[in-house]
Design a protein around this ligand. Structure first.
Ligand code: HEC
Length: 250
């Protein structure tokens, strides 16, 4: 006997109670709505992330109301941008914060989420250096805000003064010279070509760091210069004589 025929006959012999069927469909839909939409949105919103009450379902994050003021590069930063391109920093670093809660929390500071990148911020960039690989962290919010101008005694040109940067210029120089001295286990390469034989940053290096401090300058969101990132203690080679006291009892 044709198996399809017998299955079809079996289906025809079933007696559906269409009231129950539609009640089932409605219930299925309701459970789905509660479990997948209402519960994550209203109850799941009680979980915290980065010190913030957050919703698991973030339709559009709300801290984007900060005014956006795109600042053009000064001459030094434009040169620094060329250094950034030619040293291949963009192989490893992106410059775009996506509209994803975890990402905004990750690049935030002091419990405040970093605003996601907006199209206008790339106004003076060609080509845009959004990048495509993240072997290192995103750099879109690594800089600070422009608070004025000063004359650079080295070059005699006018350069931006920055506040609220993530790192000081000194940190950036030390990091470029030897990333692992500040971040043990970092895979970022050293850039000895940016320093002279005495280990002082060259003009190219200064230009590059000026450019880094400009990144993200369109939005004033960071609470202050992010001092909470201190260089971790440099690991001491085994066998080195150090006066170490045992950790206090708990
Ligand atoms: C091989 C990949 C690679 C390249 C090339 C690279 N970096 Fe990095 N970078 C990293 C990684 C990984 C980290 C994270 C660890 C650390 O801080 O050293 C990092 C961290 C950084 C940070 C700190 C970011 C933060 O928010 O903590 C800055 C600034 C930075 N890099 C700038 C540069 C610049 C400028 C260049 C080009 C001269 C460059 N990087 C080239 C991989 C790279």
């Amino acid at each position: 006997m044709n198996p399809f025929r017998s299955i079809w006959n079996w289906i025809l012999r079933l007696e559906y109670d269409w009231v129950k069927v539609s009640a089932g469909i409605t219930l299925f839909w309701l459970i789905g709505l509660i479990g997948l939409v209402l519960y994550p949105y209203f109850v799941g919103g009680k979980i915290t992330l980065g010190g913030h009450k957050t919703k698991m379902v973030t339709l559009l994050p709300t801290n984007q109301k900060v005014p956006l003021k795109v600042v053009p590069y000064d001459a030094q930063e434009l040169r620094g941008r060329q250094v950034y391109v030619s040293e291949g920093c963009w192989y490893c670093h992106t410059q775009t914060i996506r509209t994803i809660a975890v990402e905004m929390a990750r690049y935030g500071a002091g419990g405040i989420w970093a605003p996601y990148s907006r199209a206008q911020e790339y106004e003076y960039d060609w080509p845009q250096l959004m990048g495509e690989h993240r072997h290192g962290p995103d750099l879109a919010r690594v800089g600070g805000i422009v608070v004025g101008w000063k004359r650079d005694p080295r070059t005699g040109e006018m350069v931006h003064i920055y506040a609220k940067t993530k790192y000081s210029n000194g940190w950036q120089y030390a990091h470029l010279r030897d990333p692992r001295s500040l971040v043990p286990g970092s895979i970022m390469p050293q850039f000895p070509n940016l320093f002279d034989q005495y280990g002082r940053p060259t003009q190219r290096c200064r230009d590059l760091v000026a450019y880094l401090q400009h990144l993200g300058s369109a939005i004033d969101w960071r609470p202050q210069t992010y001092k909470s990132i201190q260089p971790p203690p440099i690991p001491i080679a085994p066998g080195t004589a150090v006066s170490s006291s045992p950790s206090p009892p708990k």
